[in-house]
Design a binder for this molecule. Structure first.
Ligand code: AMP
Ligand code: ZN
Ligand code: ZN
Length: 394
């Protein structure tokens, strides 16, 4: 009896062990052109052993939460509901923000994150700070997750992941998503072309190298597919390139105060001022204004009521001063996803990927079906398709 039980358990373990591993690391704000500007020997080595994309196109708006959540749900922000890092939800009257309890309110989050899909199909998953992973979306978390703490160093996060990959097979995650908040922070503070940003690019690249050497020593090394992405790039900004919204659209025309989202702002008009705003948004210099519902198709944005009546977007490098005003720093993002400064990176290596293949730019919503393909799981219908990335696979 004992033998039968042990044999069955051993078979279950070995089947679990046979399954592939997918590790997804995001380097916040890592511009697609950084590897051409700064030394990134470890990313370059991944491109030689595996694949790299010329760029990966973020969703609009090119902000952190909408894009991280798009990668793990395969949905445009309009469809998954996280339409910005901060926004007002007219249906509930609540404001979503990264620094308040609303960030952890699952009612803001639609779609089915890839960790939920994998767990439902018997695959253990883990996440270290990936946006959405510390929220019980549809009542579930990854098997291992961490409440966000920006003070946890990048090295601590990666060290933990190496340990998770050595857990006993029954607890070991086969999908792990990791979020690193650099070089984004340095780029906001000092500008994307600053020495400080360059140093963070060099640091994050070298951490990737250290991490890769650590996982290469593990018994499961040859089953790991490692994917490195970013969520968006950054443009240089300055106090001189700023437009004061109040000069064109007085606050008294608005139903709700503008939620801070520079360089993208959503406006809800008081009924009597709708036409005045529709007229005024056309004439603001260095800003493009749209009736949200009528935005050009390429944005895949504006139908969600959270984008309110109007979506206004500053030209790359410009800022919109809202009320209350937000501090203008030396770098920012959120702009039109057609802007090259906003384009992100994609590097991948492992048994599923071709060697030395260079991929054309593709939309980041394809990450969802790509992970599902690598894990061998079925996903619900999504905006993102596998086809744009199919050629990089063996
Ligand atoms: P931004 O550059 O404005 O798009 O936002 C990036 C910021 O989001 C980073 O500096 C992080 O501190 C923050 N952030 C990233 N992940 C989380 C999370 N899971 N919870 C709360 N804040 C987060
Ligand atoms: Zn970001
Ligand atoms: Zn940022």
């Amino acid at each position: 009896m004992v033998c039968i039980f042990m044999c069955i358990t051993a078979i279950a373990y070995s089947q679990q062990n046979e399954k592939p591993y997918v590790i997804l690391i995001s380097l916040d704000g890592f511009r697609h052109d950084f590897p051409a500007m700064y030394p990134t020997p470890n990313l370059n080595a991944i491109a030689r052993e595996g694949v790299k994309a010329k760029a990966m196109q973020p969703c609009f708006p090119t902000k952190t939460f909408p894009n991280h959540y798009s990668m793990v749900t395969g949905l445009y922000p309009d469809h998954h509901g996280i339409v910005a890092n901060k926004f007002y939800d007219p249906a509930s009257g609540k404001t979503f923000a990264l620094t308040t309890a609303e960030k952890s309110d699952p009612s803001f989050y639609s779609g089915e994150p890839i960790w939920n899909v994998a767990e439902a199909q018997g695959i253990k998953t883990a996440a270290y700070f990936w946006p959405g992973s510390d929220v019980p979306v549809n009542g579930r978390y990854p098997s291992i997750w961490k409440a966000y703490n920006k003070h946890t160093t990048l090295a601590q996060r990666l060290d933990s992941v190496v340990q998770w990959l050595q857990l006993p097979p029954e607890n070991r995650p086969h999908f792990i998503a990791i979020y690193l908040d650099q070089p984004d922070m340095a780029e906001h503070e000092f500008g994307p072309l600053s020495e400080e940003a360059k140093q963070q690019v060099i640091l994050t690249d070298s951490l990737i190298g250290i991490f890769q050497r650590a996982i290469n020593d593990l018994p499961v090394a040859d089953k790991i597919n490692l994917i490195i992405v970013s969520d968006h790039g950054l443009s240089e900004t300055s106090k001189e390139k700023a437009v004061k919204l109040e000069d064109y659209i007085p606050s008294r025309w608005l139903e709700y105060p503008t939620t801070m989202g520079n360089p993208v702002v959503f406006l809800k008009a008081k009924e009597t001022y709708y036409d005045s705003i529709a007229f005024a948004v056309r004439s603001i210099p260095h800003v493009k204004g749209y009736v949200s519902k009528k935005m050009p198709r390429r944005f895949h944005f504006g139908k969600n009521p959270r984008s309110l009546d109007f979506t206004i977007i500053a030209e790359a490098g410009w800022s919109i001063i809202t009320n209350p005003p937000e501090l203008i720093k030396k770098g920012n993002h959120g702009y039109d996803n057609r802007e090259k400064d906003m384009w992100a990176i994609f590097y991948a290596t492992g048994p599923a990927f071709k060697k030395g293949y260079v991929q054309q730019m593709f939309p980041n919503i394809s990450i969802y079906p790509l992970i599902a393909y690598l894990l061998g799981i079925q996903i619900p219908p999504a905006d993102g398709k596998l086809r744009p990335v199919r050629k990089m696979l063996k």
